[in-house]
Design a protein around this ligand. Structure first.
Ligand code: GTP
Length: 603
């Protein structure tokens, strides 16, 4: 195992993670130049466009070091957003080292900090790298000082490099060999391999990327997933270079893939431990007694309704969701009926970004026209009879008289920011009903710990945090508990009719304000119709806000002075096209944005 190094790259968006990874792969001969497409490691189109990595991928590199020995360097890619923090922690826990890439012309930025702390918590050796040294305004001294002040690690040996010109690449590879410790597992113990990532391949079924911690796995061995208990045959094994390269076995310390005829992604959960059920070729011990630490069952945190704009598209939306789910085990969905929107699906997501990605893929890859309702968290409701139910759709909230308590999910949030933003971040956290638990200094960087309702976070907390801190603050959060809370359901009525898909759940102290704000936002969004439209917000039978949209549809044609038929038709066509993502509710045409009006409300 002394010739193996497992490492990943931590970087702020745009600091050059993908470019550097490509360089390292190219230098180690993994891909011929013509195969080098920009950013090999980000495989999905959307990833490229959004510039984030959704699924971790990996490359096993062969590097002949200056000491004359050939090393096996496994580069493990990590996703970079708060919705995927669990995946980040699993990929980092599969590494002994991490390159911390800092753009020498920009210095340390907040997003890197949270991942860097995760790495340090997991005792991963962090090797700082100063990228973009070819830029005229590169300031390596400043970047070094910031790494020491903000992250609190020694940056004397930070390596200057340029992923663009190739400067420093050799030094980085040497540093990986010299500074990242070799893996420490026990090759003679029972097999324990951690699933770092898993995805569905149309030809071979589920592919698992694993880090073998102890023992040995050979082709054909019978394996078992320790958390799910499912058993399979390890039909084929191999490593990614990043192309796949079949192997007869994977040894302790190695990173590679297993294909075992698994049809369901849920059977190969990230963080689960793979062990053997029959003696393999590894020795006497085969079934591990203890799984590797850190496995968590990931539950969707945010729910929203997804409806086709045309009722006839329901089946094709179902097919699309089914296909997406094949490769995204954290996506949940089940059929749901709304009086206003007809047949659709209640979908569960890891967070808002995950929801956006799914929505975008449905529209782009599957050509779906969707209406999405406002995201909601899951509430725990104690009914008057004592029964406890989970409510993930505001419109399903029982009547007030039938509930004795509503509990909302509370999360522990860690907020990281430079000192100068502590004040504004605290103000924001207080507005969002946060309770401060702790404050810790790491050099110039501060970590605030809050307990906060998840419902406040899913609305717009992340965007607000970025805007008050000019992008410098970052966060991560984890579920803590359900806690009793004075939340109420606010219904929205159009011409006196309750629109189930528009109901929201908010804290009573904010209900008046939010009700009013949503109603006035909707007034801006819903265009004028043939009739007057009354928009109201109500808590139970109490109307708390009202706006009226005056009838005005004739205006579309008003400019046409009667005569010009073709122009008239054009205008009507145009109006029809504009209606595409609209839904007829009673006599009112409601555009897609109206369902998300709650997200557009400013505090
Ligand atoms: N001048 C210069 N530009 C670089 C260097 N490394 C990367 N870049 C450019 O910086 C931009 C961001 O690089 P990426 O490799 O996509 O950065 P990333 O960190 O992977 O970003 P995300 O994939 O968005 O997280 C690209 O336009 C690169 O061409 C470098 O050493 N010098």
């Amino acid at each position: 195992m002394n010739h193996i190094r497992n490492f990943s790259i931590i970087a702020h968006i745009d600091h050059g993670k993908s470019t550097l990874a490509d360089r390292l792969i190219q230098r180690c001969g993994g891909l011929a130049d013509r195969e080098m497409e920009a950013q090999v490691l980000d495989s999905m189109d959307i990833e490229k466009e959004r510039g984030i990595t959704i699924k971790a991928q990996t490359a096993a590199l062969h590097y002949k070091a200056l000491d004359g020995k050939v090393y096996n360097l496994n580069l493990i890619d990590t996703p970079g957003h708060v919705d995927f923090s669990y995946e980040v922690s699993r990929s980092l826990s599969a590494c002994e080292g991490a390159l911390l890439v800092v753009d020498a012309s920009q210095g340390v930025e907040a997003q890197t900090v949270a991942n860097c702390y995760t790495a340090l918590d997991l005792h991963v050796e962090v090797v700082p790298v100063l990228n973009k040294m070819d830029l005229p305004n590169a300031d390596p001294e400043n970047a070094r000082t910031e790494i020491e002040d903000v992250i609190g690690i020694d940056a004397t040996d930070a390596i200057p490099c340029s992923a663009k010109t190739g400067m420093g690449i050799e030094e980085i590879l040497e540093a990986v060999v010299a500074r990242v410790p070799p893996p420490r597992g026990n090759p003679d113990a029972a097999l324990r391999a951690m699933i770092i990532d898993s995805w569905f391949d149309a030809y071979v079924g589920v592919v698992m990327l694993v880090r073998v911690v102890d023992g040995r796995l050979a082709k054909g061995d019978r394996i078992k997933m320790m958390a799910s208990g499912a058993m399979y045959n390890a039909d084929s094994l191999g490593v990614f270079t990043p192309n796949n390269e079949p192997r007869q076995s994977l040894e302790a310390g190695e990173v590679g893939y297993i294909i075992a005829g698994i049809k369901e992604l849920q059977a190969a959960k990230v963080g689960d431990t793979v062990t053997l059920i029959k003696p393999g070729t590894g020795g006497a011990a085969f079934t591990a007694t203890e799984p590797l630490p850190g496995f968590k069952e990931i539950q969707p945190q945010v729910f929203a309704g997804l409806y086709p704009t045309e009722a006839s598209e329901y089946e094709s939306l179902r097919d699309a969701l089914e296909k997406l789910k094949l490769n995204d085990s954290s996506l949940h969905y089940e059929p749901e009926v709304s009086q206003a929107l007809g047949f659709g699906f209640r979908c569960g997501f890891l967070g808002l970004l995950h929801m956006e990605i799914v929505q975008e893929r449905l529209e782009r890859e599957f050509d779906q026209d969707l209406i999405t309702t406002a995201p909601s968290v899951v509430y725990q409701v104690v009914k008057t009879g004592g029964e406890v139910i989970m409510v993930e759709n505001p419109s399903k909230m029982p009547d007030v008289g039938k509930m004795s308590e509503i509990r909302e999910p509370i999360v522990t949030v860690h907020l990281y920011m430079p000192q100068e933003y502590v004040g504004v971040v605290m103000t924001l956290a207080n507005q969002k009903r946060g309770i401060q638990m702790n404050m810790a200094y790491h050099g110039r960087q501060v970590m605030l710990t809050y307990e906060m309702p998840l419902g406040e976070i899913v609305l717009d907390f992340f965007d607000k945090l970025k805007s008050v801190s000019r992008g410098y603050a970052s966060m991560d959060y984890e579920f803590k508990e359900y806690r009793a809370s004075d939340v109420v359901k606010v219904d929205i009525l159009l011409n006196g009719e309750k629109v189930d898909a528009l109901s929201i759940i908010v804290h009573r102290s904010q209900s008046q304000y939010r009700g009013r704000a949503v109603v006035s936002k909707m007034r801006e969004i819903i265009s004028r119709q043939m009739y007057d439209v009354a928009i109201q917000a109500a808590i139970g039978v109490n109307i708390i806000a009202r706006e009226t949209i005056k009838a005005l549809r004739k205006n579309v044609l008003a400019k046409c002075y009667g005569g010009d038929v073709s122009r008239k038709r054009k205008l009507l066509e145009k109006q029809k096209a504009g209606k595409k993502r609209m839904k007829q509710i009673g006599s009112v045409e409601v555009p897609q944005e109206a369902f998300l009006a709650i997200l557009q409300v400013e505090d």
